[in-house]
Write a protein that binds this ligand. Structure first.
Ligand code: GLA
Length: 397
């Protein structure tokens, strides 16, 4: 099905749901999920990442209701939730938390958010690691900004989305996911510097190859705790390393040529984590260069090296992701593959020759089902634009 068709089916169902619940016509905002080519777990150490927005995402249909309450309806959960603007408390684990989180932060920043009705829906596969929560927050921020005429800059929406995740979902994530959702550009990857929060756009041209995501369909429950622990380990390393490297602010400031000295200074359990940060930043730069010069073999070798570092040094992979990546490396026509995102489940990202995709899928599906008894999903990736209002549907308001 073409993306235009999917978009028009999704948007018409969301708008119809809105009309049937609230009897008015909404404004419609869209924000995409994201993939990440390389640069994993480096964003919260002010490092470099290389994400892109995908065509799948979240839609928020929204309209003022001139009351002091916000009435929400989730299509995916088939549930309603109402909260009062003057008295609400976002609770971890509830789908409405992301809406309340964005409202709380916008109000705190001085934006006079009024009562609204909102319907939320989307087509990002659940638990796939394509960052549906960042897309949700960015869609909500984009919708509220347009509805009340706030003109909130995209970067601020991304930063509010990140803060909302910290405060209300309990994950101390970096900026990568909401940034990619806000700034994505069709057929383009964003080489993002997570210190300055600025990016370079690099055409994502893979020639006769395509990106294919394999969804492991597992999500190990320790993921959020382990994520926050990795972040703390990096912060601890920085504190220790400052004895010698006085000017460093984060591990981003340490270069590969300092690795031997870093190893001497850090305790054995911290060194591999710091090593991942330092080597991964170098890989992102090399991968961006390789993509620019269409050197796909070098690019793909870096994917593999990234996986090994994430699995062995950073320890955020799991047996299912290791199996999928390692199997992929053996298959003819696969240039490279690695786990993608926070880890402990979700997807691998694979660069596969177009003519080899059907046999790649067959071999991966058979091997994964045999080993784990799970039929993996294959998610097509097309790199799309970042968050926007979906204008054709504003007609009829
Ligand atoms: C999650 C976080 C991101 C990033 C990735 C790992 O997706 O939300 O900020 O840290 O994990 O690269």
């Amino acid at each position: 099905m073409s993306n235009n068709l999917i978009t028009s089916l999704m948007t018409s169902s969301i708008v119809q749901t809105f009309r049937s619940h609230f009897s008015t016509s909404p404004l419609l905002a869209f924000a995409p999920g994201r993939i990440n080519l390389i640069g994993e777990h480096t964003d919260y150490q002010e490092g470099f990442v290389f994400p892109a927005a995908v065509e799948q995402g979240i839609w928020a249909a929204i309209q003022k209701n001139d009351t002091g309450v916000c009435r929400l309806h989730s299509i995916d959960f088939d549930e309603q939730f109402t909260f009062e603007l003057e008295a609400f408390s976002p609770k971890k684990g509830h789908w409405a938390t992301y809406s309340m989180g964005m409202v709380a932060l916008l109000k705190q920043a001085g934006y006079p958010v009024g009562g609204f009705d909102m319907v939320l829906g989307g087509n990002i596969p659940v638990g796939s690691g394509l960052s549906s929560s960042a897309a949700l927050s960015v869609a909500i921020g984009t919708g509220i900004s347009a509805l009340f005429g706030f003109q909130i800059p995209r970067k601020s929406i991304a930063l509010y989305a990140q803060k909302s995740e910290h405060l209300f979902a309990g994950v101390k994530c970096g900026i990568m996911d909401p940034y990619a959702s806000a700034f994505g550009v069709k057929e383009t990857a964003l080489m993002l510097d997570c210190r300055s929060n600025t990016h370079e756009e690099i055409p994502a041209d893979f020639g006769h190859h395509s990106l294919v995501l394999v969804n492991s369909k597992v999500k190990h429950s320790l993921a959020d705790t382990a994520y926050n622990k990795r972040r703390e380990a990096c912060e601890q390393s920085v504190r220790i390393l400052r004895a010698q490297f006085r000017d460093i602010i984060t591990l981003r400031d340490v270069s590969r040529s300092d690795l031997a000295q870093v190893e001497d200074l850090l305790p054995a359990e911290l060194f591999p984590k710091a090593k991942h940060q330092i080597t991964e930043n170098a890989r992102v730069h090399r991968a961006a260069q390789a993509l620019k010069s269409k050197d796909l073999n070098t690019f793909a070798d870096l994917l593999k090296a990234s996986h090994e570092s994430l699995s062995k040094d950073y320890e955020v992979s799991c047996q299912e992701l290791d199996f999928l990546a390692e199997k992929s490396w053996e298959i003819d026509g696969v240039l490279g593959a690695r786990m993608m995102g926070g880890g402990f489940g979700g997807c691998t990202i694979n660069l596969v020759k177009n003519s080899a995709i059907p046999s790649f899928k067959d071999q991966i599906a058979a091997a994964y089902a045999k080993k784990f008894g799970i039929d993996p999903d294959f998610i097509p990736v097309r790199i799309g634009d970042g968050a926007s209002l979906v204008s054709p549907l504003i007609e009829g308001r």
